[in-house]
Design a binder for this molecule. Structure first.
Ligand code: COA
Length: 257
């Protein structure tokens, strides 16, 4: 349970809404757990035919809460992080996932879209994966899925230069289905989700299964997860998190890798 994730079942569509708009829907551990619990429920609850992901306010999500990253960078806990649980869970999701995205979709906000089956972007939406700016590595199998989808150099531009991709380019690259006016993006995504609820569930399930290499996805998530955990504790990453909190540019010069 998280007060910042609303879960509603409407006509077979499980709608998951990020509700932390004052923090641009940055995702905390409790929010990841709420999302994972909802996706787990979707797997077993026959009433859930489709899952729809959306966010309140002017941003889909600013990605992982950076204060949580800063805390993890100082922790010695060996427990699986809620973020890691979430990426494994979404990587295994067998029912259709639909996303309605407005504003910034940062980090996991973009990488979760690689696990969605239909993605609608509002005009002005921006996909950003600034993992290297944060001295981290990509997650959610994006280090494999993103170059596979858009090619190495465009993926590298997003990962290593941290350059945002605009909505029109994202559609042209195959990362999303359509760009729609901001006021219509939720309706568009919901209409598509409702259409899917009327398709034969067994056929949808088999089709998605054929289209995704789950074993490869989980292997990539695991390899990324090991590196991510290591990177979180580096002086470079600590500097990146401190810089964000202090609203200044990071200075990586003279830091050990
Ligand atoms: N974690 C925690 N808090 C975050 C956050 C994050 N990822 N992103 C934004 N916030 C908070 C800000 O600290 C600020 O809080 P405050 O009002 O208490 O100071 C509030 O949300 C608004 O953010 P702000 O930066 O003022 O909004 P903006 O419109 O100028 O910029 C972003 C929006 C998303 C471009 C910018 O906030 C950003 O770059 N965030 C970090 C994104 C990131 O690196 N995520 C991790 C990816 S792995």
């Amino acid at each position: 349970m998280s007060e910042h994730v609303k879960t509603e079942l409407c006509n077979g569509v499980l709608v998951l809404t990020l509700q932390r708009p004052d923090k641009k829907n940055a995702i905390t551990g409790a929010m990841y757990d709420a999302l994972s619990d909802a996706l787990d429920r979707a797997e077993t609850d026959v009433a859930v035919k489709v899952v729809l992901l959306q966010g309140d306010g002017d941003s889909f999500t600013a990605g992982n809460d950076l204060a949580d990253f800063a805390a993890q960078s100082k922790s010695n806990s060996d427990e699986e992080s809620p973020a890691f649980r979430f990426v494994k869970t979404i990587g295994n999701a067998s029912k259709p996932l639909v996303a309605a995205v407005q504003g910034n979709a940062v980090g996991i906000g973009t990488t979760m879209l690689l696990h969605c089956d239909l993605v609608y972007l509002a005009e002005g939406a921006r996909l950003v994966t600034p993992f290297v700016n944060l001295a981290l590595v990509p997650e959610a199998a994006s280090s494999w899925l993103l170059p596979a989808r858009i090619g190495h150099v465009r993926a590298y531009q997003m990962f290593a230069l941290g350059e945002p991709m605009d909505a029109v380019t994202a559609v042209a690259c195959g990362l999303a289905n359509a760009v729609v006016p901001a006021g219509e993006v939720r309706q568009k995504a919901m209409a598509a989700a409702v259409t899917l609820t009327k398709r034969p569930a067994g056929s949808l399930n088999a089709t998605k299964n054929l289209m995704r290499d789950i074993e490869r996805i989980q292997a990539q998530i695991s390899a990324e997860g090991d590196l991510f955990k290591e990177r979180l504790k580096t002086p470079e990453a600590r500097e990146a998190f401190a810089a964000f909190a202090e609203r200044r540019p990071p200075n990586f010069a003279n830091l050990p890798a």
